[in-house]
Design a protein around this ligand. Structure first.
Ligand SMILES: [Zn+2]
Length: 433
């Protein structure tokens, strides 16, 4: 088992927590002294740097919200002089106005270090060829993986998104072993390859998918692994945090969060109290060492579970389970919370169904109406109406059992739903309020 930074990655838990506390104290002191925003928020809560004596004391600190990033657009929350900024990125703005993140040279270095540890933990190294099929540009997905893959000595193919046939050609010609992409794009690459007469599994060296930037389910992972022969590695990050920062290790036991760089709390979304071990809650993230744009107790809105015990890979840093959904992605259907990733999970338990689906929500009278269009697999496509009806009913009842809300299913022809090169847009909410 290879480590990028063995001393830090395998540090005994007590020592790691002491390091985390030291970094937290330094952060709070720095922001109290240099950020009018944080100083004011801390004063409102009646807390000073001297009150932070243990990790639990972090609960005394104020939260920071996505709204703050928008209100202080573009750079009013930065705490270094402008001449120290070497890069800007912007959020994709899926849930409102874009937000700007600035980086110092050290911030770029820390970002690459974080992801370099992750890539090494998957078993990638100098012998690998990593094709980055995430967008290069303001979105952090492209450059984030690019810098980290170079750092570990891998060869990078900066393919960015689009031109799928060329992507497949490059995978074959350059002996690409890993590809960074959204899970939906990974699937699409598989489909296009088949049309070109190329089997990703048998005709290429591609073995690892660095997948993230959209919620996906374990069922989708199973399909990618079985069909494409590509290990689906769950990655995590957000532009506010730097970009893609963390991933699972080769053991696929959850996403390792580096405790020297971050502090993660899992809180009940309403009471804001920490949830018990193994319980689901809202992730609240503190970035301990960021210079230009630090974050204390940022309410990122993702929902997950934390695992504190040492991983089978030997790393002592905590892991989080697959993200169930972002609070913003949650749909409320007849008063019930529904995540698109739950729909995906349930659909993919049916071997007759393809990988693509679309959720359409309408309001009929006072009631929300949820329709899910899902593609059949080519070999399940038939003229036999009775057979299709039986399948539709089976899919509907499985989904209803999982979501506790009635859903109508429409089975559609293979290849008839839209495909996406970046983040999939699977929800069409046509309700008018
Ligand atoms: Zn591990």
């Amino acid at each position: 088992m290879a480590y990028w930074n063995p001393r830090i990655e395998t540090m005994p838990i007590a020592e790691l927590k002491a390091l985390q506390l030291k970094n937290l104290k330094a952060l709070v002191r720095r922001l109290y002294d240099h950020s009018p925003f944080y100083r004011q928020r801390m004063e409102q809560k009646g807390v000073t740097p001297d009150d932070i004596r243990s990790l639990e004391d972090a609960a005394k600190l104020p939260f920071m919200y996505k709204k703050d990033l928008r209100d202080y657009y573009p750079d009013k929350l930065f705490v270094v002089p402008k001449r120290d900024i070497v890069r800007y990125h912007a959020s994709s703005g899926t849930t409102g106005k874009a937000t700007i993140v600035g980086y110092t040279r050290n911030d770029i270095e820390t970002w690459s270090e974080s992801l370099a540890r992750s890539l090494t933990s998957i078993g990638l190294g100098a012998d690998d060829v990593v094709q980055v099929a995430n967008t290069y540009g303001l979105f952090t997905g492209g450059l984030g993986f690019h810098y980290a893959a170079e750092k570990i000595g891998a060869a990078v193919v900066p393919a960015s998104t689009g031109n799928t046939e060329r992507q497949i050609q490059l995978i074959q010609d350059l002996g690409v072993t890993a590809m960074a992409a959204t899970p939906s794009y990974m699937m699409y690459v598989g489909e296009v390859a088949e049309k070109m007469g190329v089997s990703i599994k048998n005709d290429t060296k591609l073995r690892v998918g660095l997948l993230g930037a959209e919620p996906w389910s374990d069922r989708m992972r199973d399909r990618i692994q079985e069909w494409l022969g590509v290990k689906g590695i769950n990655c995590y990050g957000a532009s506010e945090l730097s970009g893609p920062l963390f991933s699972e290790c080769a053991d696929q036991q959850g996403i390792h969060f580096w405790s020297d760089l971050t502090m993660l709390e899992i809180l009940h979304p309403e009471t804001h109290e920490p949830v018990g071990p193994g319980e689901k809650g809202e992730m609240v993230i503190t970035m301990l060492t960021k210079e230009a744009f630090p974050l204390i107790r940022y309410r990122i809105g993702d929902i997950s579970v934390i695992h504190e015990e040492r991983c089978s890979c030997g790393r002592t840093h905590p892991r989080i389970s697959r993200i169930t959904g972002r609070v913003d992605d949650m749909l409320i259907i007849r008063g019930i919370n529904v995540f698109p990733s739950q729909v995906e999970y349930s659909l993919l338990t049916n071997p007759e169904l393809g990988n693509e689906f679309q959720i359409v929500i309408d309001r009929k009278g006072a009631l929300d109406d949820m329709l899910v269009r899902v593609e059949l697999k080519p070999d399940a496509f038939t003229d036999n109406i009775n057979q299709l009806n039986a399948l539709r009913e089976r899919v509907e009842s499985k989904l209803k059992n999982l979501l506790n809300v009635g859903v109508e299913i429409e089975l559609v022809e293979p290849g008839s739903l839209p495909r996406f090169e970046g983040k999939a847009k699977r929800v069409l909410d046509r309700r008018v309020y």
